[in-house]
Ligand binder design. Structure first.
Ligand code: ATP
Ligand code: FE2
Length: 364
């Protein structure tokens, strides 16, 4: 079995090929980096159109496979920036038609979760999905990934990116803030905004920028922001574990690369007799392999789309997707009770992100 996946939801264009057991056979990615400020969707889409054909060729060469050995073509249908999504979908449709293979639409958030879950070997873990546009505590239950808690405003990654750009840095901010934070241990006061199992970041952004105007160093701000926001994420994850009676945590999404966040979640989970897992960096950030793997799972459940019904869905939330490839378990029912209702939390959309990166709630 070999499935090709195309990722193009925001800044990263990527082609990945996976085989049985989520084995990554080939992966080639190229990130659009704006010269300054945030991402302009049209410019990012132009970048993706230009690089995707070459990335597909590289992934095939990496995997030592020919198109005839590819069983299906998966692509990220949403959520994401409309022009970027359409760029990847167009390439995927063209390949599916040319190679005469099924086309499998995949939700980008579910893909972050599925690749992390597959690599972890932890089947019934709670998921902490921390990325650019999303920050969600998720548990599987009755056929869907249920969002138990999430950001009420912007995603943690968008928050880190915006902060770093406002402090004079460039996109992406998360890794730069991680490096700067390593050189400080000065905890400056910042708001700690946890509401039940939800979090919010925009007040922290305002407060961090005020500290900067009063002369605080970038390093001290970076340390304080990491200590505060990653504590918040660890707290809501622990609350969800306690409510569901679970012990293990799997992290996914670009911010899950962060060593401090990984360390805090690990200490919390181990303190409760469980364990935690985060994928390697190349599979935490946006990548085609996670789309390919989720495409393989969806294919096994028959979730194939004819080209004419494969429109992109820029606002498709995690909890809107039917997960036909997982049996619903007993603990799954507890997740449904703990979540915001059987149709998920789609009725409550967080405010669109004002940064260049995109959020699950960003309008078309
Ligand atoms: P989403 O998955 O919500 O649609 P996205 O696809 O834009 O978001 P990802 O590629 O999953 O984002 O993650 C990118 C984000 O991860 C960026 O905001 C970046 O700053 C952040 N990030 C990457 N590495 C690190 C790190 N080491 N520490 C903290 N944040 C990081
Ligand atoms: Fe992502």
């Amino acid at each position: 079995m070999a499935v090709l996946g195309i990722e193009s939801t925001a800044h990263t264009a990527s082609a990945g090929i996976v085989g049985e057991g989520a084995k990554v056979l080939g992966l080639a990615s190229d990130m659009y980096r704006p010269p300054s400020g945030g991402i302009h969707p049209r410019e990012a889409a132009n970048h993706h159109v230009e690089v995707l054909p070459g990335l597909v060729e590289r992934a095939l060469a990496d995997a030592r496979l020919t198109p005839s050995e590819i069983e299906a073509v998966a692509f990220a249908q949403g959520p994401g920036l409309g022009p970027c999504l359409r760029a990847g979908a167009t390439v995927a449709r063209m390949l599916a038609l040319t190679w005469e293979r099924p086309l499998v639409p995949v939700n980008h958030c579910v893909a972050h979760v599925e690749i992390a879950r597959a690599l972890s070997g932890l089947d019934d873990a709670l998921l902490l999905y921390a990325s650019g546009g999303n920050t969600q505590v998720i548990a599987f239950g009755s056929g869907r990934y249920r969002v138990l808690g999430e950001t009420l405003d912007i995603g943690i990654g968008n928050f880190l990116d915006k902060l770093w750009i406002a402090l004079g840095g460039t996109f992406p901010g998360g890794p730069a803030i991680e490096a700067a934070a390593r050189t400080s241990s000065e905890l400056l006061p910042l708001p700690y905004t946890v509401h039940g199992m939800d979090v919010a970041f925009s007040g922290i952004l305002t407060a961090a920028l005020a500290l900067s105007r009063r002369g605080a160093s970038r390093e001290d701000i970076a340390y304080s922001v990491e200590a505060t926001t990653y504590s918040m994420l660890t707290e809501i994850t622990e609350r969800a574990l306690a409510h569901l009676g679970r012990r293990d945590v799997v992290l996914g999404g670009g911010v899950a690369c962060n060593q401090r966040l990984q360390g805090m979640v690990r200490a919390m989970a181990e303190g409760r007799g469980g364990q935690s897992f985060a994928p390697p960096r190349s599979l935490c950030v946006d990548n085609g392999a996670m789309i390919a793997w989720t495409g393989a799972l969806a294919l096994s459940a028959g979730a194939v789309s004819p080209v004419e019904r494969s429109a992109v869905r820029p606002r498709q939330r995690t909890d809107l997707v039917e997960v036909g490839w997982r049996p619903a378990g007993v603990s799954g029912r507890a997740a449904v009770r703990a979540s915001r209702g059987s149709s998920g939390g789609a009725s409550r959309s967080p405010a669109p992100s004002a940064s260049g990166s995109r959020s699950a709630a960003r309008p078309r």
